[in-house]
Design a binder for this molecule. Structure first.
Ligand code: ADP
Ligand code: MG
Ligand code: MG
Length: 211
């Protein structure tokens, strides 16, 4: 498939808003087990605000769409995940720059920049039971798909699949960052909510690219 444009970015965001709304209770339930129970509400508030802004704004590039997501999430989500995800979308927007369309390599660069933004802000490493456990394998799988000659859509579907496996793989971990880190062994057996919501967002990106 051809490179991905502004329509893709807008579809990604709208699909993210829809899947977060659909799984709001589940995400807050995960956060109730190992945090303060607000992750679904936090992200739903943020993505609803993003969707509302998209109804009025007419961003002209994928980067402009992601920048709108970033600023809106930072100002509406609060908690740990607002600034972290906001930074992910902001760095992703910067990587996308002014390009009108993103090819497979540009999509990998966007995802890598987003992951690096979360690390810069939250200092989590893979295995700390955070959203990085979805983002990091997603970036690695995306790079692998690019190296294998995959197009932008193939890169995104590899990323989504790896993010889903990565989120699942947080179940047995002890958390070393965020509220869940206060629980020690009691976090074992529970999925990290931020890893799960990140997997939903990356699946939304892949589905939007299937066009
Ligand atoms: P809060 O913990 O402030 O209530 P949320 O519930 O919205 O915020 O988000 C919690 C999620 O944030 C966690 O599940 C985890 O994935 C993520 N998180 C927390 N701290 C970090 C960090 N330092 N680095 C990366 N992700 C983090
Ligand atoms: Mg919380
Ligand atoms: Mg909170």
């Amino acid at each position: 498939m051809e490179a991905l444009g502004t329509d893709w970015a807008i579809d990604w965001v709208r699909r993210s808003a829809a899947v977060i709304a659909e799984h709001k209770a589940e995400l807050s339930g995960l956060d109730r087990a190992i945090g303060d129970g607000d992750h679904g509400e936090n992200l739903d508030r943020g993505f609803r605000a993003v969707a509302a802004k998209l109804d009025d704004a007419t961003p002209e590039t994928p980067g402009a769409v992601l920048k709108l997501v970033a600023t809106t999430l930072i100002s509406t989500v609060g908690g740990a995940s607002g600034p972290l995800l906001g930074t992910a979308y902001l760095k992703g927007a910067q990587a996308a720059g002014d390009a009108e369309r993103l090819d497979a390599a540009a999509v990998v660069a966007l995802l890598a920049a987003a992951r690096d933004g979360v690390v810069l802000r939250g200092k989590a490493e893979p295995g700390d039971k955070t959203m990085i456990d979805a983002w990091d394998p997603a970036v690695r799988a995306a790079q692998g798909a690019l190296d294998a000659g995959g197009d932008a859509s193939a890169v995104l579907s590899a990323a989504a699949e790896a993010a889903e496996s990565g989120a699942e793989a947080t179940d047995p971990l002890v958390a070393r960052k965020g509220r869940a880190s206060y629980l020690g062994e009691r976090a074992v057996g529970h999925r990290d909510p931020g890893a799960q919501s990140s997997a939903y967002q990356l699946r939304a990106a892949a589905t939007a690219a299937e066009g």
